[in-house]
Design a protein around this ligand. Sequence first.
Ligand code: NAD
Length: 490
Amino acid sequence: MTVLHFINNRFVPPLEGETFETLNPATNQPITAVASGSAADVDAAVAAARKAFDEGPWPRMKAEERAAALRRIGELIEKHADEIADIEIMDSGVPASQIKKGAIPRAAQNFYFFADMATKITGESFPKNGQFMNYTIRKPVGVAGLITPWNVPFMLETWKVAPALAAGNTCILKPAEWAPLSANKLAEIIQEADLPPGVFNLVHGIGEQAGAALVAHPGVQLISFTGETSTGKEILRNGANTLKRFSMELGGKSPTIVFEDADLERALDAAIWQVYSLNGERCTAGSRLLLQQSIASQFLERLAERVERIVVGDPTDMRTEVGPLIHPEHWQRVKSYIDVARQEGATVRVGGDRPPHLPEGNYFQPTLITGAHNRMRVAQEEIFGPVLVVITFKDETEALKMANDIRYGLAAYVWTRDLTRGHRVAEAIESGMVWINSQNVRDLRTPFGGAKESGIGREGGHYSFDFYTEITTIHVALGQHRIPKLGAQV
Ligand code: NAD
C-alpha cells in the first residue's frame, strides 16, 4: 500500500501518480511505495495551509487552546510510542535503544515544551519617551515550509512542527525521502488530535522536486531547513526570488577537545557516545577528537579497545549500539572517506569496512582514524558515519587554532578540570554550541544552531519565535507632537 500525502486533514494520493520506494537499511529490501510529490501536490498543500491561515481558527484562537492541542499531540506520541519506534527503526536503521529511550520521548517533549511556550509569547513595551510610547506584538508569519533530514526523522520533524504551530502558523512538512515513514504517524496523530484542516500538511517526495517546489512557492513565507550545507545553499538561492525567511540547521565537523587534566574516564565515554551513537549520523557528532599529546597514547589505547567492542547489528535488537547506515549510496560515501584517509597518509586503526558477520544491509564498522592532521579531508569534511578522526595537539593555543580551522561551527566539546580554561576555550571556539565536561545534553530552553557554514539563525526556547513570528512595532502618540506642514506656506 502506498504511503500518502496528508493535506487538509486527509490522506491523499499524489496528483501525478508518481511514487518512490523506501528501503530497510538492514536488508536493503523495499518496505513500501511512498507518494512522490510534484509541484501540483505542493500547490494543493500550500492552498490548504494558506486557507487555514487566512480564514481558519488556528492563528486566531487563544494561545491556551493552541497549547492544549499541542499537548494532545504530545500525549498521542507517548500513546503510540512503540508503533512509531518500530517504524522509525525499520526505516532509519537507528538502534532501538536510542530511538525508544531518546528520540521518541524527546519528540513528545518538543510538543509539551512548545505548548507551554505558546502561552508565553510576549511583546516589549517602550514606556513613554517624550510624547510617545511604543510597543511590539508578535504575530504568526503565515505558511511555514519545514524540510527535514533522515538521520533522526521523527524527532527532527517535531522539532520544527511544534514551534511553527505554537506560534500560530500553518505548515507543510517535507520529510527526507530516505526515511519518510514515521512522518505519516505524525500526520495520523495530528488527525486524531483534531487540529483544524490545513494547519498541518505533509508532502512526501524527492528534495529536488517536492522540496524545491516548496522553497520556490510564493505562498510560503518561512523555510526551516535541516540538512547538508550544500543543500542549504541551494535552497537559499531558490528561495531568493520570493524573499522568504530562512532558518538553516546545517552540517558540522565538531571537535571534542580533551586536555591532559580532564576526567579521562568520562571524556572517553563521551567521545565514543558522541560520534558512534545514532550510527554516527548525527549533526552534532564530535567527529574530530583533539587529544593533548601528553595523554594521547594512553587515551588512544583505551579508545581503540572500546571502539572494537562496539556492538554492531540488527537495529531492532535492544543490545545493538550501531545499526546500518541509511542507504547504500551513503555507505559508499562513508567508505570513500576511508580510502581518502589512507591516501592522505592517516592510519585506519580500527574498522574501515563492512563487519564480516553482516554481509547484507548497510552495516559499517565503527572506525577510528589516527595519525591525522587537521588539514586532511577526513578532518575537514563531514563524513556523517561512525568514523572518528583523532588529531593530537601540544597546548591550548594549538587546540583552539585547530578547532577553529574549519568551515563548520555547529558544536564543540571541551574536557578539562580547569574551569577557567574551560570557559576561556568555550568562548574562543567559533561554534553555535559548546559543552564543557559533557556530552550533548540539550536543554530545550536554549538556542540551537550553528555558526559559520553550520547554519543561519537559532531555534529552541523563545529563540524559535524570533523565526516563527513577525514583530509589529506600534507607535502611539500620546499628545500633540509637532507634525511638519508641507504645502501650508503662506
Ligand atoms: P540533505 O540536505 O540531503 O536533505 C535534507 C532534506 O532536504 C531532505 O528532505 C531532502 O529531500 C531535502 N532537499 C534536498 N535537496 C533539496 C532542494 N534542492 N530543495 C529543497 N529541499 C531539498 O540532508 P540529509 O542527507 O537528509 O541529512 C544529513 C545532513 O543533515 C548532514 O549534513 C547533517 O549534519 C545535517 N543535519 C543538521 C542538523 C542541525 O541541526 N544542524 C541536524 C540533523 C542533520
